[in-house]
Design a protein around this ligand. Structure first.
Ligand SMILES: NC(=O)c1ccc[n+]([C@@H]2O[C@H](COP(=O)([O-])OP(=O)(O)OC[C@H]3O[C@@H](n4cnc5c(N)ncnc54)[C@H](OP(=O)(O)O)[C@@H]3O)[C@@H](O)[C@H]2O)c1
Length: 248
């Protein structure tokens, strides 16, 4: 089942970064692509550039999500919209915690709940979940983000079990640092320019287009090949490390 076997895709978080790059790539591959995000102007620009169908929606508006996704036949669902906030459970506020859980996890569960039955009925579908190395490794101090992404990892595995016997594929793409707009807010900087300086200047990191290429690679495999998990990081980035503190 390569691109030619699919007709439609829906990409969340499509107004920037990886989502926009995936929309662009999938449009080029000939799919009708539904692009979902909150910023209307960005979506309109993307639609003018790529021919995608824009949908202005906050993915944590579950009634809106049900209405939109419930009325579409989606062959390829890309759960990409995500939010990271720096802080641990002693510093994050109640809303910060809820916002990350609502977008990074709850909206993905709800999207799959709405879209999967149609895929099962048509015996055709591909779910691509964008997780993070935060879902696989310990680092920094952001337990909520790590917890949501770890849940996306397990969800990706579990959907595979649930749909065994159907031609439905599930791919988790697990990025390390990628140059997007994710660090523009909530990461101790006040502008995109500052974020660029702090997180990207002097580093060699993958671009959003590399993630789009990765998604396209997984979709383009024949129907009997499921690319389950791809970790993609800068060559000069490694997870790991051990901290041991002396008590005296
Ligand atoms: N960049 C990295 O280094 C990195 C590393 C590992 C994992 N990731 C993951 O990769 C995914 C894509 O992130 P990115 O780096 O491309 O980030 P980005 O450039 O900040 O883009 C995030 C996208 O999500 C959308 N979004 C945010 N809140 C939303 C909401 N409530 N409803 C609908 N859309 C919403 C944003 O659009 P609107 O603001 O217009 O809604 C935007 O299109 C995320 O799941 C992120 O956790 C990123």
């Amino acid at each position: 089942m390569s691109f030619s076997d699919y007709k439609t895709a829906l990409v969340t978080g499509a107004s920037a970064g990886m989502g926009a790059a995936i929309v662009e790539r999938f449009c080029k591959e000939g799919l009708t692509v539904h692009a979902v995000a909150r910023r209307k102007d960005r979506l309109q620009d993307l639609a003018a550039r790529t021919g995608c169908i824009p949908h202005e929606l906050d993915m944590t508006d579950y009634a809106g999500l049900n209405e939109l996704l419930g009325n579409l036949e989606v062959d390829v669902l890309v759960n990409n919209a995500g939010l990271g906030m720096v802080g641990n459970l002693t510093t994050l506020g109640e809303d910060d915690i809820n916002n990350m859980i609502d977008l990074n996890l709850r909206s993905v569960l709800q999207s799959v709940r709405v879209v999967l039955p149609g895929m099962i009925a048509r015996d055709r579908g591909h779910i691509i979940n964008i997780s993070s190395i935060a879902g696989h490794y310990n680092f920094g101090g952001n337990p909520v983000y790590h917890a949501t992404k770890s849940a996306i990892h397990m969800l990706s595995q579990q959907i595979r079990v649930d749909v065994l016997g159907k031609r439905i594929r599930v791919t988790e793409i697990c990025p390390g640092r990628v140059e997007t707009e994710i660090f523009n807010t909530n990461h101790g900087v006040s502008s995109g320019e500052e974020a660029h300086k702090k997180f990207y200047e002097g580093y060699e990191v993958p671009s959003a287009e590399h993630i789009a290429d990765t998604a396209a690679f997984a979709v383009n495999m024949p129907s009997y090949v499921n690319v389950g998990l791809i970790e993609i990081m800068p060559t000069f980035q490694v997870p790991g490390g051990l901290t041991t503190l002396k008590t005296k």
